[in-house]
Design a protein around this ligand. Sequence first.
Ligand SMILES: [Zn+2]
Length: 526
Amino acid sequence: MSTRKLRAITSWFCNKNVATETVTLVDNQKQENVEKVEKKISETFDYIDDISKEDINVDLCFVLDCTGSMGDYIVAAKDCIQQVVEHMERTNPNIKLWIGFCGYRDHCDPNRLQIMNFIDSHLEFKRYMSEVIADGGGDAPEDVLGGLNAAINSMNWRHSTRILFHLGDCPPHGRRFSRLKDDYPKGDPNGLTAESVLNGIRLAGIHYYFGKITNKTDEMIRVFRSIMGKFLVFNLTAEGLDPEELVAKVFESICSSITTTVTITNTMEKTRQRRILEKDSHEPDWNTLPVKNGELLYYRLPKTLTDIKDSRYFKRRSNLVLRKFSYKQAQKPFSSGAERYAYFALDVTQESIEKIVIKERIEKVNSFERCLEALESSTISYFLSKEFNSAATRVGINKKVNFLKVQILRRTAGFSTRYYTMEPKLYDGKFKRFNVNNGIIKEYHSTLEAFAHFTYEYTKGYLVVYDLQGIELADEFLLTDPAIHCKDRLRFGRTNLGMRGIEECFLANHKCDSVCKKLGLSGISK
Ligand SMILES: [Zn+2]
């Protein structure tokens, strides 16, 4: 990591100690909380090198009471989010924010819930918020539980660092929260309870923060804390403040929520022991192993070059296909690499049983995002190999380049959801790494080097598929785990070395031979 970046992060965390101080915490735990945060931060410094290598994607969801009295806060949330995003980009560029919104009102209101799923554009957020108006509400309590419940269950939480920032001036329905005039003194008419909703927040790994506006929510805070333990409460009373001061206050509290969550999440995940597992290179006796159930996710195959270049294609949920999956998995891995363990497994979803391999990341940090990256790389490589094979066939080259189809396996067991990648088992053959993403060619094959050149030319210099590894059969190469160097450094994970990867690792080492020439690939000038 660069010293400049370390300094930026250091000063960011140091500033945040000050910022945490400036945010008025509601109760006497202020000092205790600040100390706790500082301790986490200093612990995190030990891991800062690791953190800096990874982009930290943060899902930040605003759950906002949108009834009549909340107009100033809707404006404040809208106005400060751009500042938050810019501040993060400036001070800690590896934190990437995904912002979502869930507004709630009351049971009598026609527009009881307003939901906007997570997006990475603060402009879009601002535009959306301009159309959210404060109205309705009926009696004093509001549909707080309905709002929180929708935020957990109707929104697409995708990243492992999750923040729910709740802002409201009234408690939920029910006598346990207040003595206010209440149309539903027995509690939520839809049967939601604080226990079910708050446990949902906990199980989803979401960090909850509350912005307090009036004393009417004090009992709610007490009840919530008795259910899910301590959480930070920010005092955001608007009384006597001009709108700009309110925006500044909301800004501080959101930034504080983000850094607190990021430090805590990272510390927790990094301190988890790196497990060293015993290996077994033999297939297990399948009859002794139980059937497990999970879900498989994979991308619809892109159809054009435009799809490939559009990183949003791979963010659209509609392009991810999900299906149920039953399998058996060996208890011990048969091999381990620097990043993953590989297990023998059987796909028993259908009558025709298939041998597969399940790979689990050793480091659990952001495992879903890493799996998605692997899936995106493999989907694009698969698409490009099909294009390459048809171009090659047309000019009489019959050796094919094929990639194994990778899918994500999601398995929920007890309280935790785990993500793995799953692919067909390679035929027995000698597994080789033909070339490496740093440009080293370990075993030269003109077809493979021409394939890499083809990916560069086909995408008009946008990317190169490299790090080709797998087995060679008589009429094809069967490959897995490719790396992609791409102009867009935000895609394809840490093996993407960007333009430097394309130019210095691939182009500088590539020599066109007969296969490139038959394919009519243009010569590479150095
Ligand atoms: Zn070439």
